[in-house]
Design a protein around this ligand. Structure first.
Ligand SMILES: *Cc1c(COP(=O)(O)O)cnc(C)c1O
Length: 219
């Protein structure tokens, strides 16, 4: 299968209204361009340095999403152009994004990353922390960010029922916060589990290897 066939196969599996974030990490700019030329505008990267290398080589109407852990001291590099930061996992990071967005006279969209996996994961809010930060946001604490939704990753397991239960935890939180202030994006699901994520309410999926092929970290 080549990238073009992969891309169309994925697109055909997505119901109307489900956004595809094409995750291009570790893949060269020319592969991103190939998928862009098929009509894809939204791409995800997980490292600032890699994004900064690709950004100048690619069309300016790409909406870049950062999906990996972000250190506060690196926010300034991406603040001028990043569309959405999906991996907001601390109040300190949210404050820094708001500050740097302000310096650039813009508002940056963010998703709160929430821990839903049973396995030990380093990054993401507990449910209660996410609720409390969202309330502070509603109260006007962060001026130059727009919290547009939530992002989560299920446990890496073959146990489909467990994965579904984890996705549904995030869906319930999404519905609860959505009562307080309207949210747009529930980002869950990757190459291996996006159909289940969509069944559980995801309206944005982050798909990498099923489009670009397996990642080769040895290069
Ligand atoms: C790499 C990555 C993905 C895509 O993973 P695939 O299994 O290649 O589809 C999705 N979300 C996050 C946060 C990632 O780091």
């Amino acid at each position: 299968m080549d990238i073009k066939e992969n891309y169309h196969a994925i697109k055909n599996q997505l119901p109307a209204g489900v956004q595809l974030v094409a995750v291009s990490k570790t893949h060269p700019a020319q592969n991103v361009q190939e998928v862009y030329d098929l009509g894809q505008k939204v791409f995800g990267e997980n490292k600032v340095q890699e994004l900064m290398e690709k950004y100048p080589l690619l069309p300016k109407d790409i909406q870049w999403h950062l999906i990996g852990h972000l250190q506060t001291n690196k926010v300034k590099y991406i603040a001028p152009f990043i569309d959405t930061i999906q991996s907001v996992d601390s109040e300190k990071l949210l404050s820094e994004i708001s500050k740097e967005a302000g310096k650039n006279n813009r508002t940056i969209k963010v998703l709160l990353q929430v821990k839903i996996a049973a396995e030990e994961t380093k990054f993401g809010f507990e449910i209660a922390e996410a609720k409390s930060l969202f309330q502070q946001y509603i109260d006007g604490k962060f001026t130059n960010v727009e919290i547009t939704g939530l992002m989560g990753m299920a446990t890496f397991t073959d146990d489909k029922e467990q994965v579904r239960e984890e996705f549904l935890i995030l869906k319930r939180l999404f519905d609860e916060l959505n009562q307080l202030k309207t949210l747009e994006t529930l980002s869950m699901g990757m190459s291996d589990d996006f159909p289940a994520a969509i069944e559980c309410g995801a309206n944005s999926v982050r798909v990498g290897s099923a489009i670009f092929g397996r990642r080769d970290y040895s290069k």
